[in-house]
Design a protein around this ligand. Structure first.
Ligand code: SI3
Length: 288
């Protein structure tokens, strides 16, 4: 399951409903134009935590129906309601998703025993492989090497999506667990993570910049670091401009400039004003 996975953006209409036609176009763009190896569905970039369980199921269905078996599919099912996480895990597994992933439970400052129990309980009832989604900056949940080791004792936990700038910990995990899958989560640090021999990456900007991400990853694997660094530099110029203008909103606007109906963000996320729409279009012209 290694390679470059897009953290899929979702298209919403003005009422916050999933725009099915737009979502299908986003899926096709990622497969046919960006040529990524897989899709990570209902992650942060898919505005997962703003959606109802029914909306999440609808997204899982539409994406699988559109992608078929063209690329690998990972379903992010993490939810604070563990019963919802289990229900979504079973649903995505029945649809044929290659693996599930769950963000570490957040908000209530759970201790590690509770986090471990969360994953083991889900996996007792979901017949699929699990990739832990670790993103301490958003969840406040940081785990040590020893705690990852405890989670990895469950053989159904096959890896981690590591979205953190802690490259010391990343190297330690790689070294200690050569057989687990490690996906890098920060697109702007892809080359540094690839040098540490991660198995792939999952990122939001791959919706518009997936081809460069693939080049960086492949060049790093071939040891062609100087060439990879040049592409990472352009990529980071692009990412810096996207972040300054509004992350998901700008990705959507860039997609629209490419003829993909990426729709709007879901409230309470705000959408871009006219100046920022113009800026997003300029970013698209400059880099893509
Ligand atoms: O679940 C997801 O949508 C992700 O894969 C998130 C991914 O790690 C992104 N992080 C966030 C918070 O959006 C990154 O791709 C990130 O957008 C990018 O590196 C720009 O900082």
């Amino acid at each position: 399951m290694n390679g470059i996975y897009t953290a899929l953006i979702c298209s919403f209409d003005e009422k916050g409903k999933v725009n099915e036609a737009g979502l299908r176009e986003i899926v096709r763009h990622n497969i046919d134009v960006q040529q990524v190896d897989g899709l990570y569905v209902n992650g942060s970039s898919g505005e997962n935590f703003l959606m109802s369980a029914d909306q999440k199921k609808k997204v899982f269905e539409i994406v699988k129906d559109e992608a078929k078996n063209d690329v690998k599919l990972i379903a992010q099912i993490g939810a604070l309601d563990i019963d919802e996480a289990i229900e979504l895990g079973r649903f995505a597994t029945e649809l044929g998703y290659d693996a599930v992933s769950a963000v570490t439970p957040f908000y209530y400052r759970f201790d590690f025993d509770e986090v471990r129990d969360y994953y083991n309980t889900i996996l007792e009832q979901v017949d699929n492989k699990m990739i832990i989604y670790s993103i301490p900056a958003l969840t406040g949940v940081s785990m040590s090497l020893g705690q990852f080791a405890e989670l990895f004792e469950n053989e159904k936990i096959i890896g981690v999506k590591f979205t953190a700038p802690d490259f010391f910990l990343l190297e330690r995990i790689r070294h200690a667990f050569p057989d687990k899958l490690i996906f890098s989560g920060f697109d702007e640090m892809l080359l540094s993570a690839a040098v540490l021999d991660v198995d792939g990456a999952i990122g939001s900007t791959f919706n518009v910049n997936g081809r460069r991400a693939k080049q960086i990853f492949e060049l790093a694997q071939e040891g062609r670091i100087k060439e990879a660094r040049e592409i990472q530099k352009v990529t980071n110029d692009l990412i810096a401009d996207i972040l300054a203008n509004g992350l998901y909103q700008t990705i959507k606007e860039i997609l629209k400039s490419r003829g993909v109906d990426a729709g709007l963000c879901k409230k309470p996320m705000k959408n871009l004003d006219a100046d920022r729409v113009k800026k997003a279009q300029e970013i698209a012209k400059t880099y893509l």
